[in-house]
Design a protein around this ligand. Structure first.
Ligand code: PA5
Length: 436
């Protein structure tokens, strides 16, 4: 049985009968192109076969160091931006209790994903109240945000822990090159390597994501098992037999019909950061050469009271991709009130998860009637295994989608434009502003 059920019942009315099959040949050719690229050292397709490889050595090294962190600290600060932190945060927030930390892990927080003075200053104050490890992650080693945050954190760790700081700083970077690799070697920090053929936004299942997640208490073997299952299920070159490719083709067809915005939707607030990971994956992979679907996201039912009105009746440029996990960690029933002052006794005894699911079903029907195509994805349980599956599913679909648009899924040339303007301003005469 497939781990992900792709339900097209609320999208079919927007498609012609022969529209999906008309992409079969293009998909076949792209599939073979990807397979060849996956064995080349010059292409960023290393993620493609990654789950099929033997990672026992890496897993035991990660688990061993994570155990040390859990014994010596109660806080791990992960420094990174873009693909170097979004994957870890996505899985951590999806699977950690809403309040408190995971019973098998310690608190993991993030830095270097912004340049906010208050954020960093307050984080330093917070670190004073905890025993700390730092994991700095940057493939290039030169990205401004994490480099600046690491400058501050390294100084803090040395001032606070002296010689012991060497033990408490873990570096994840390119295996041989880059400023961070040089620093790690010079200072004697322990390291994890990022595969040369895996780019940032495709690296969630490597040490980039796995180490912070092991520290946070996640079962990283199960995460990789789920990804491996996806890689196995999604090997077919045939469009009709490969759901990642079907998803890619359907969103491509919708895009051509003027549905330019894709909303990733779910009903569990813990998935909000998973949405952010997905947005980066698709946005940076497809948004180039004036092409690409704009990836956005909503967490319902919260957002039904924010942009639900637009989705129902605004411009018809939106389609939804709705993810649903059947089984969640816990649940509770609506209590019975003898006076029924709020007149909700008619649902007393039904559980919140059940009501949330009915809200999903009702909302999907209403949005569909309002002219919104909805691609529905259903997985058995919100856990490491199924999240690992979904990560691989989306990476494979994303590469295919970008190739269908005839753009390179693995570069991000547009990101340099803002950096150049910022550098010009940074080199201009200094203007000081106040701050806490
Ligand atoms: O997907 C990508 O390649 C980017 O989002 C990078 O992950 C991001 O820019 C961070 O790069 P680095 O890891 O080199 O600091």
């Amino acid at each position: 049985m497939k781990q992900l059920k792709l339900d097209l019942s609320l999208v079919e009315t927007f498609l012609q009968l022969d529209e999906i099959p008309s992409f079969s040949e293009k998909v076949l050719a792209t599939h073979h192109y990807m397979l060849e690229g996956a064995t080349s050292k010059n292409q960023l397709l290393g993620w493609h076969n990654y789950p099929m490889k033997d990672h026992r050595g890496l897993l035991s090294a990660i688990n061993e160091l994570a155990t040390e962190v859990k014994l010596q600290a109660n806080l791990c600060v992960v420094i990174g931006v873009g693909g170097s932190f979004l994957g870890a945060r996505a899985v951590q927030e999806a699977l950690t209790p809403y309040f408190g930390v995971h019973e098998n892990g310690v608190e993991v927080v993030y830095a270097g994903q912004n340049m906010s003075g208050p954020y960093l200053k307050q984080l330093l104050r917070f670190m004073d109240t905890r025993e700390v490890y730092v994991n700095v992650i940057s493939k290039s080693g030169t990205t401004m945000e994490p480099a600046l945050a690491f400058r501050v954190m390294e100084e803090y760790m040395i001032a606070r822990y002296g010689e012991e700081a060497k033990q408490r700083v873990i570096v994840t970077t390119d295996a041989v090159k880059g400023a961070l690799r040089e620093t790690a070697e010079k200072k004697g920090y322990r390291t994890f390597s990022i595969e040369e053929t895996i780019g940032g936004r495709y690296s969630a299942l490597t040490a980039v994501g796995l180490f912070p997640l092991a520290v946070a208490g996640m079962d990283i073997s199960a995460l990789l098992d789920g990804a491996r299952q996806a890689a196995l299920e999604l090997t077919s070159p045939q469009l009709h037999d490969n759901d990642a490719y079907r998803y890619a083709v359907i969103r491509h067809i919708l895009h051509k019909k003027g549905f330019d915005v894709e909303l990733l939707a779910s009903y569990e607030p813990g998935l909000a950061s998973f949405h952010e990971w997905w947005k980066q994956l698709f946005g940076e992979s497809e948004g180039k050469e004036q092409k690409g679907i704009f990836p956005s996201s909503v967490v319902f039912s919260t957002d039904l009271h924010a942009i639900g009105q637009y989705i129902q009746e605004g411009r018809r440029i939106i389609f939804e991709t709705l993810i649903h996990f059947n089984e969640l960690e816990c649940d509770l029933p609506v209590p019975y009130l003898s006076e029924d002052t709020d007149q909700l006794n008619y649902i007393a005894g039904r559980t919140f998860n059940e009501i949330n699911r009915l809200s999903k079903e009702g909302t999907a029907l209403a949005h569909h009637e309002g002219g919104v195509p909805i691609i529905q994805m259903e997985l058995a349980r919100l856990d490491e295994y199924h999240i690992g599956y979904l990560i691989y599913f989306f990476m494979k679909a994303c590469a295919m989608s970008a190739y269908l648009l005839e753009v390179d899924p693995f570069d991000q040339p547009g990101v340099d434009a803002y950096k150049q303007k910022m550098l010009d301003l940074l080199k201009a005469p200094v203007v000081t502003h106040g701050g806490k």
